[in-house]
Design a protein around this ligand. Structure first.
Ligand SMILES: Nc1ncnc2c1ncn2[C@@H]1O[C@H](COP(=O)(O)OP(=O)(O)OP(=O)(O)O)[C@@H](O)[C@H]1O
Length: 369
């Protein structure tokens, strides 16, 4: 591994880790390395901080087989790991993912599998303040609430992936496999320690340290909205409005994140209260039919009503609830008696009967006169 002097960026990351306590000392960390400037900068900084923190570091690379140079990119990261004497893991996609979202899903699933199989409780990525600013702008343009604008948190539990049991070598899958997998998954955190550092800082660091960056050819492709935001919109905003646009937007995202966390907790509380009397202990499972007390919901502000209804639909529907689904359920909180929604994607329907909203499958409804 190349020697390194302690720079301002080392000090900044060290400070962030001390303040935020997002990567405890003496832990096994799996660093997700694409080969680009952000993840190489992250890797080098963590390696340099390693003696102070006592971590055990490993590299994970995911080859999506998306670009003609994907294999060469993977080989580049593998040989860097070898030269620097770092343990290296790689996953290669069986089938080329057909969308960016599918590629991202496959990547997080692969990283989680590597982490579980090799006992790494932390997966660390090189997301920067610039990524945060771009995500905020992208979501703002597409129409998003505070949740989308607060995108990218410092730590996220990786608990949403279904892992094939045989892939992760858990032994006998017949002995309550579900609870075993959930236990393991809930112990893995995705950590993003560079969220206060901009892309121009990581670029400069890589240059100074002479790190061998692999240039992703698709980064220049303006067909991708994110690239256009990065190479045209942000520079425009920086030239004409605020030279520190990226930091300012990242800060906005940080403030909104705390607000969103608070509101989500309050909404969970509200939902539990609205469900508690009638569903007698069943409300944790969200099995239909579900009944909600409208009087309790009516006393809450609209923001919490919306969030509570969204949380409920997240439990009931097969996919993330749309804005329209949330709105039509929320509307029932103050709607006249006997109002009802049209069916949700799961085939369930919500009806109003005096103080109650009932959500059940259509077949369970009494015939409507
Ligand atoms: N092919 C890869 N293999 C391993 N890690 C990767 C790979 N691609 C990206 N990463 C990790 O994810 C971080 C973010 O990468 P990038 O911004 O390209 O992804 P994104 O898809 O825009 O982000 P997100 O995954 O949050 O949607 C990188 O700094 C790196 O840590």
């Amino acid at each position: 591994m190349p020697n390194s002097q302690w720079t301002q960026l080392h000090a900044q990351l060290h400070r962030t880790l001390l303040q935020r306590k997002i990567l405890p000392p003496n832990q096994r960390l799996l660093v997700a390395v694409s080969g680009g400037q952000d993840s190489l900068c992250l890797l080098k900084l963590l390696l340099d901080l390693q003696p102070k923190w006592g971590w055990e570091l490993a590299i994970a690379h995911c080859d999506h087989r998306w670009r003609s140079d994907s294999e060469a990119n993977a080989n580049h990261v593998a040989s860097l790991a070898k030269n620097w004497g770092i343990c290296y893991y790689q996953k290669t996609a069986d089938r080329i993912p057909n969308t960016e979202a599918a590629a991202r899903n496959w990547r997080y699933q692969s990283l989680t599998e590597i982490a579980i199989a090799n006992n790494y409780p932390y997966i660390v990525t090189g997301h920067t303040a610039s990524d945060r600013a771009e995500t905020l702008l992208y979501n703002l343009i597409r129409g998003s609430g505070a949740d989308g604008l607060s995108a990218l948190s410092w730590v996220r539990p990786l608990a949403d992936f279904r892992l094939p049991i045989l892939d992760i070598g858990l032994g006998n899958p017949h002995k309550n496999p579900k609870s075993k997998i959930q236990n393991l998954k809930s112990k893995i955190s995705l950590v993003r320690p560079l969220l206060e550092i901009t892309r121009s800082q990581t670029g400069q660091f890589c240059q100074e340290q002479k790190l061998p960056i692999w240039e992703d050819s698709t980064n220049q492709d303006l067909q991708y909205a994110r690239n256009r935001i990065r190479s045209e919109l942000l520079p425009y905003l920086e030239t004409h409005f605020n030279p520190k646009t990226q930091q300012a937007l990242a800060q906005t995202a940080e403030l909104l994140r705390a607000d969103v966390e608070y509101l989500e907790l309050a909404a969970t509380d509200l939902l539990q209260q609205a469900m508690s009397e009638i569903n007698e202990g069943e409300h944790e499972n969200f099995q239909l039919p579900v009944k909600l007390n409208r009087q309790i919901l009516q006393a809450a502000p609209l923001s919490l009503q919306r969030r509570a209804m969204r949380q409920l639909l997240q439990h009931i529907l097969p996919n993330a609830p749309s804005f329209e689904s949330v709105e039509k359920l929320t509307a029932l909180i103050v709607a006249p008696n006997r109002s009802q929604t049209d069916p949700f994607p799961s085939g369930a329907i919500a009806t109003v009967e005096k103080p109650w909203i009932t959500i059940k499958y259509i077949a369970e409804l009494p015939s409507i006169r």
